[in-house]
Design a protein around this ligand. Structure first.
Ligand code: GLP
Length: 635
């Protein structure tokens, strides 16, 4: 792949729905290594000719692995950035360069402080100019890009609204650098960074769609399943100002780089039978028939031969020499068999086709929750079932989640301590008063958006720990069944910029070795690779690899679930569907409600599990109130 010079090469049959060239990589590291190698090549060849490279840069978690690779090339292979001029896409309005969430600060932390781009060659929109000077400063920004010779390569991420930079829905194709009001969804997505949506700035300064399209080359990166739907719309849908990334279709040298999770909704991955011949094995057959049923809004058992033929799946019937009737029944049975109210297996059902194997019984079960509320949101009902059905359950909270806790929770705690001392409950309160006062002072000193000092993070983590215990108790767990792992990567980092360390794997490894579970529930496998869910998952898988030769390992199954902020599992991916009654949902929501300090994720707790139940019902399965979904990880 030549990132800069070659426009899209000819498309294959499989890619014919894609209107912008899209390259799918096994994971973000592969993609970023390739992109960084091309950029390095460009920097070097331009340098030999005594010329500069003008790069447009992006923020967010998406480009983080790319920047890490550039830093590695600088440190280990001597890549020299002195001939690089950079222009960043955007900046929040109202944030100073030093604000921990400003894009200026982000870029220094993630790239500029680690490579040798001369300071005067770095350009980032200024979020602090007075309102009446914004227009002038935007014109000036455009002028500086022109003066530098125009952008050679613009790096892009994509927001959930389909925006590039901060070009929210409605941004015109020829728009230039300007101030923009942020969309509700965009602010919601930034809420965790700012410890609450109320703190997220309402506006930003961004390069326009036109500014971006003027670049000679565009590379948009997207990782993780949460981006899959918007990537599909941008790549396969109409060009529309509702999705500014769709304008890349009009550029003659634009490429999407995506990982398999972000590619999962593209036609060639999601319903490949529409773009060519496929191997009709059991899994593909199941996928295709479920897809057909959903597309036609017809229950599985009512699909007829014509439905298959008229919708591009006729080949399935021909290749298997069967009629729709028989295929329908097969798939119906497969989906039916995923439903089980016995997630840990049911004694006396050996040999039956159930997702949870009957033996051993009771099982030692380990539930991994990246942040304390993840497991309760994703599988709260199942936790309760496992406990009630007599399994030996442990829940391990992988991180403390303290970054999600607002200042108010810490203030309240400190104030209660001061009140208690004041009311003279007896004993010597000097130490406690000193502690509470120092928390209040530190909160005051850092200000609303400042980075929490260690003491404050610790306290916030403990507040959440208490809530986690309450939630666990709600689900029937005793204090001994709850383990707080506090993986070190979390406490050394911030959202979108975490980095895993050996100590994380070691801690996970020790946990696994001490418990030797028969069944594990984990999440984060299809999350954005920089997210804490993904890092928590990676620490787990790295630890599992170290256990490869252990006896317990070969007798242990791993079920994957979708935690907080993650898209629901698709029906064809579900290997175990645990149904829930309205009463059970109420219990689950009660548990989730315990996480008061991070704002209730209650709606989320019920939302996607009810949606899954509706999808099962639509296929012609029994009608449940909700279903918690799990996917069996390959052995
Ligand atoms: C923000 C930025 C975009 C970025 C998007 C996605 O809106 N302005 O440039 O692409 O977030 O962020 P992330 O990469 O963290 O998913």
């Amino acid at each position: 792949m030549n990132i800069i010079d070659s426009p899209g090469t000819g498309q294959t049959q499989q890619e014919r729905f894609e209107k912008t060239r899209t390259l799918i990589f096994p994971d973000s590291n592969f993609a970023c290594r390739e992109l960084a190698a091309e950029v390095a090549e460009l920097i070097r060849t331009r340098k030999e000719k005594g010329k500069n490279v003008v790069m447009g840069l992006a923020t967010g978690s998406t480009p983080v692995p790319f920047y890490r690779e550039l830093i590695r090339l600088h440190n280990e292979e001597g890549l020299d950035f002195r001939n690089v001029i950079t222009f960043n896409l955007d900046e929040y309005y109202g944030l100073t360069a030093d604000h921990p969430e400003s894009y200026n600060r982000f870029m220094r932390d993630q790239l500029f402080d680690h490579v040798n781009i001369p300071n005067e060659q770095i350009n980032i929109p200024d979020g602090t100019v007075a309102l009446d000077e914004v227009y002038g400063s935007c014109i000036d920004y455009e002028g500086r890009i022109q003066e530098a010779g125009g952008l050679d390569l613009q790096i892009l991420g994509i927001g959930r609204t389909g925006h590039i930079g901060f070009n929210e829905p409605g941004s015109a194709e020829d728009s230039k650098t300007r101030m923009i009001t942020l969309d509700r969804v965009t602010r919601q997505d930034a809420a965790a960074d700012f410890m609450g949506v109320a703190n997220v700035p309402r506006s930003a300064i961004t390069m326009g769609v036109g500014t971006i399209l003027d670049a000679k080359r565009l590379v948009l990166m997207a990782w993780g399943e949460n981006k899959a739907e918007i990537v599909r719309e941008a790549v396969e849908g109409e060009v529309t100002d509702r999705i500014s990334a769709s304008f890349l279709q009009t550029h003659d040298n634009a490429t999407f780089l995506v990982d398999t999770a972000a590619a999962s909704k593209l036609t060639r991955r999601h319903h490949p039978w529409l773009v060519g011949s496929v191997k009709w094995d059991e899994q593909t057959t199941k996928r295709a028939v479920i897809w057909l049923s959903q597309k036609l809004d017809t229950p599985l058992l009512k699909l007829v031969d014509e439905d298959y033929n008229e919708n591009g799946v006729g080949e399935l019937l021909v290749s298997q020499n069967r009629q729709a009737y028989h295929v329908n029944i097969d798939v119906f049975n497969q989906v039916q068999q995923t439903i089980s109210g016995w997630p840990g297996g049911k004694q006396g059902t050996e040999g039956e086709n159930r997702p949870g194997r009957a033996q051993p019984f009771p099982k030692k079960v380990l539930i991994l929750s990246p942040e304390p509320h993840d497991a309760f949101v994703g599988m709260g009902g199942t936790i309760e079932r496992l406990v009630e059905q007599g399994h030996d359950v442990k829940i391990a909270f992988q991180t403390s989640g303290n970054l999600r806790v607002g200042d108010t929770a810490a203030q309240q705690f400190a104030n209660v301590v001061l009140e208690m001392a004041e009311t003279g409950l007896g004993g010597d309160w000097e130490k406690q008063v000193g502690y509470a006062q120092s928390i209040l002072d530190q909160l005051e000193a850092k200000g609303e958006f400042g980075i929490d000092p260690e003491d404050v993070r610790k306290l916030k983590g403990l507040v959440l720990r208490g809530e986690g215990r309450e939630a666990g108790r709600n689900a029937g767990l005793t204090p001994e069944q709850m383990v707080f792992l506090d993986l070190p990567f979390y406490d050394a980092g911030r959202y979108r910029r975490f980095a895993l360390k050996e100590s994380d794997t070691v801690r996970m490894f020790e946990m696994l070795q001490s418990w030797k579970p028969h069944q594990i529930y984990a999440t984060g496998n299809v999350a954005d690779p920089s997210s804490l869910q993904a890092l928590s998952f990676n620490a787990f898988t790295a630890a599992m690899e170290r256990c490869a030769d252990e006896e317990w390992r070969s007798d242990c199954r791993v079920w994957l679930y979708r935690g907080s902020d993650q898209a629901a599992m698709e029906i064809h991916e579900i290997g175990m569907a645990v149904p829930m009654s309205p009463d059970q949902i109420a219990i689950k929501c009660d548990a989730v409600r315990k996480f008061q300090s991070i704002g209730s994720a209650e709606n989320e707790a019920a939302g996607s599990i009810q949606q899954t139940a509706t999808l099962y019902d639509d296929l012609g399965m029994a009608e449940y109130e909700a279903i918690e979904a799990f996917h069996l990880q390959d052995a």
